[in-house]
Design a protein around this ligand. Structure first.
Ligand SMILES: [Fe+2]
Length: 168
């Protein structure tokens, strides 16, 4: 998620610096990827499988942390929607939206990183103590079932190909 958002920020900043239009197709594919995979599928899987397993094994241990993580996931959707809206306006010719795209990708990636750190500290640390091998297997299967095309990519070229193959 972070690398796709950083790529959006880089493409937008490069375009603004050079005063040349960005590769809008590439930007749209990156934002669509973030919306479809990390945002929609990975976070849903995390809530349905990881968080529920922790709540089942240790009902009181991470209640507040899980509630916060879910609020963060909802806030991520707000970041995504604002980024998507700015990119649509930029694509349609509103040049002032280019700066918004760069700024929103930056805000979004900062928020995601903070969320990831807090989730690791307050939820994954509990999960590591209370979950059993069967729980981890189920969680791994659920994550794998999201079929994230970039997770399966081993190189920059693989990632570029996976993004090109996404249907917009
Ligand atoms: Fe999360």
């Amino acid at each position: 998620m972070s690398s796709a958002l950083l790529a959006v920020r880089t493409l937008a900043c490069r375009s603004l610096r050079s005063a040349t239009p960005p590769d809008f197709d590439q930007l749209q594919r990156l934002v669509a990827y973030v919306g479809r995979f990390p945002q929609k599928l990975h976070q849903a899987s995390e809530e349905q499988h990881l968080f529920r397993a922790v709540e089942r094994r240790a009902p009181a241990a991470a209640t507040r942390a899980i509630a916060r993580a879910k609020r963060d996931h909802a806030a991520c959707l707000g970041y995504l929607n604002r980024l998507d809206d700015a990119l649509r306006r930029w694509t349609r010719g509103q040049s002032s939206a280019g700066g918004e795209v760069a700024l929103m990708a930056d805000d979004y990636v900062r928020f995601c990183r903070l969320h990831g750190r807090i989730e690791a500290r307050d939820v994954l640390s509990v999960a590591a103590q209370v979950l059993q091998p069967d729980d981890w297997r189920t969680i791994a299967q659920a994550y794998a079932a999201t079929n994230d095309p970039l997770d399966a990519s081993k190189s920059h070229a693989d990632c570029a190909m996976a993004l090109r193959q996404m249907v917009l």
